[in-house]
Design a protein around this ligand. Structure first.
Ligand SMILES: Cc1cc2nc3c(=O)[nH]c(=O)nc-3n(C[C@H](O)[C@H](O)[C@H](O)COP(=O)(O)OP(=O)(O)OC[C@H]3O[C@@H](n4cnc5c(N)ncnc54)[C@H](O)[C@@H]3O)c2cc1C
Length: 306
């Protein structure tokens, strides 16, 4: 049945130095972490078109570590989504918790890794959008002409460089760690609509974080929309527009905001489907209603006075 197939060679480095040696020797080696994205692609394995060299990351000790202090958590690239949720649940920002929970059963999150969830393309996962709203940075290690370079890159910049809403890593590079701020947000929202696996073309997700400002405004709002097969829409300009709003928003103000958001979407990915639009409108209505309700709710001091 598989006549003519070549089995790939699988390299299993135990540390980053061995990983670099492998990449220097086989520059087109395919990185394999949890494999959950790779295996769901058409013709993943076995097939004539699969890569002949695979580097499996799970043996690399440096990539398994997690460190945390009061302000931030640093997560190794091969830490699984499930283990971060299980072991650090009480500290994780709500938006990240909600995102991981939305990915579904521990069968998947128990294999899917933090690095793989950021680097996955076609479809992209919802995680980069969420990490952007948290101002997260990833350490990226590139091997080029016998030199190894590591640098920290804000995940939002991985999008901006490509301008098409796709997470783009420098060629032949490896995400080694991700830093996420643990500073709390007053507003936090995550929702994914659609079936990521069965119908990613019609799936959409929104992540949002902000602090409460004076006069019913938002401080440091960060807002990202993910269309898994089309692109992530994130812009500092859009965050600035959200910062100028006063809540609660009236229906008219909400419609104006929707129009502005669609201008940003069209600049990145003009071909979203009608179903995605409908789903997005529902999500945004729900998100804005949540902010309106919080602003209108009596504060704990007022409640105590009544
Ligand atoms: C049944 C099912 C349901 C799912 N539902 C959802 C959902 O609802 N929402 C959602 O957002 N996602 C969903 N996913 C996608 C899932 O989140 C991704 O498949 C997963 O996060 C990818 O992680 P991984 O470790 O398995 O990556 P892999 O499959 O191993 O790799 C993915 C890609 O990233 C590259 N890569 C891996 N690690 C690194 C690294 N450290 N540095 C550089 N490149 C790297 C690989 O070369 C590959 O191209 C679902 C997946 C499945 C199978």
């Amino acid at each position: 049945m598989y006549e003519g197939l070549n089995s790939p060679s699988i390299h299993t480095p135990a540390n980053l130095a061995e990983y670099s040696q492998t990449v220097l020797r086989y520059p087109n080696v395919q990185i394999w972490a949890g494999g959950t994205n790779i295996m769901t692609r058409p013709k993943s394995y076995p097939s004539r078109s699969t890569d002949s060299e695979i580097v499996y990351l799970k043996g690399i000790e440096e990539l398994k570590k997690i460190t945390r202090n009061d302000r931030m958590i640093e997560i190794g690239a091969t830490v699984t989504l499930d283990s971060i949720l299980k072991n650090h649940r009480n500290y994780l920002p709500d938006v990240l918790k909600e995102n991981i929970l939305s990915i579904g059963s521990p069968m998947i999150t128990g294999r899917a890794t933090f690095g793989g969830a950021i680097a996955a393309r076609n479809p992209m996962t919802t995680l980069p959008g969420t990490l952007i709203t948290l101002g997260a940075n990833a350490e990226v290690r590139s091997v080029r002409k016998k030199t190894v370079k590591s640098r920290w890159i804000p995940i939002s910049l991985m999008l901006n460089e490509s301008k098409d809403g796709m997470v783009t890593l420098p060629p032949r590079s490896l995400i080694t760690r991700v830093r996420v701020s643990l500073l709390s947000s007053d507003y936090s929202y995550f929702r994914e609509e659609g079936s990521y696996i069965d119908d990613p073309d019609n799936t959409v997700a929104v992540a949002f974080t902000a602090r409460e400002g004076q006069m019913d405004t938002l401080i440091n709002p960060h807002f990202a929309i993910t269309f898994p097969t089309k692109g992530i829409v994130y812009s500092k300009d859009l965050d600035n527009i959200l910062m100028q709003l006063h809540f609660p928003l009236s229906e008219e103000e909400f419609s104006q905001l929707l129009q502005i958001i669609y201008t940003f979407i069209n600049a990145v990915t003009p071909n979203i489907t009608n179903l995605q639009k409908r789903r997005l409108n529902n999500i945004l209505e729900d998100m804005i209603n949540g902010i309106n309700a919080k602003v209108l709710a009596p504060s704990s001091i007022e409640q105590g006075l009544n």
